[in-house]
Design a protein around this ligand. Structure first.
Ligand SMILES: [Zn+2]
Ligand SMILES: [Zn+2]
Length: 144
């Protein structure tokens, strides 16, 4: 990471049609091991950043963003041209958007701080860092 924290970082989908600008500061960054993230992204876990929705502007491709209601409270938006999963929002926290760190063009203002829903992780996932591993029903409670 650079020593100076960026003020704005752009991001986008694989095909480049969907482009967005995120204004710092973000609220949080962490690795989610829940089974929905795993299936939605085809990955062992998804590294999310959370940011107030007022600090996100979609600069292009909003017409190809498709929203999928993935749970009672959650919806996930993806690029209908290339399939990249982009935005996750919850009706419980409507003022916050989760964005995959991997879809950003470069480093943001913080590094991942913890593992979430760690007790839901894939059995073949091995984590070698020293970050806190949280779990339980909320995905945010300390685990042993
Ligand atoms: Zn795309
Ligand atoms: Zn998740």
């Amino acid at each position: 990471m650079s020593t100076t924290s960026p003020r704005e970082v752009r991001g986008g989908c694989l095909c480049g049609v969907v482009r967005f600008l995120v204004t710092m500061p973000t609220l949080f960054c962490g690795h989610c091991h829940c089974s929905m993230c795993r299936r939605n992204h085809g990955a062992a876990f998804v590294t999310w950043l959370a940011v107030p929705s007022s600090q996100v502007s979609v600069e292009s491709g909003s017409d190809v963003l498709t929203r999928y209601q993935s749970s009672e409270h959650g919806s996930r938006s993806f690029c209908s041209r290339c399939g990249s999963s982009l935005f996750c929002v919850s009706s419980l926290y409507p003022e916050i958007i989760d964005i995959p760190l991997a879809n950003m063009d470069g480093p943001i203002d913080r590094l991942p701080a913890s593992h979430l829903y760690f007790d839901d992780r894939a059995s073949w996932t091995i984590v070698g860092d020293d970050l806190p591993c949280l779990g339980g029903p909320s995905g945010l409670e300390p685990t042993k």
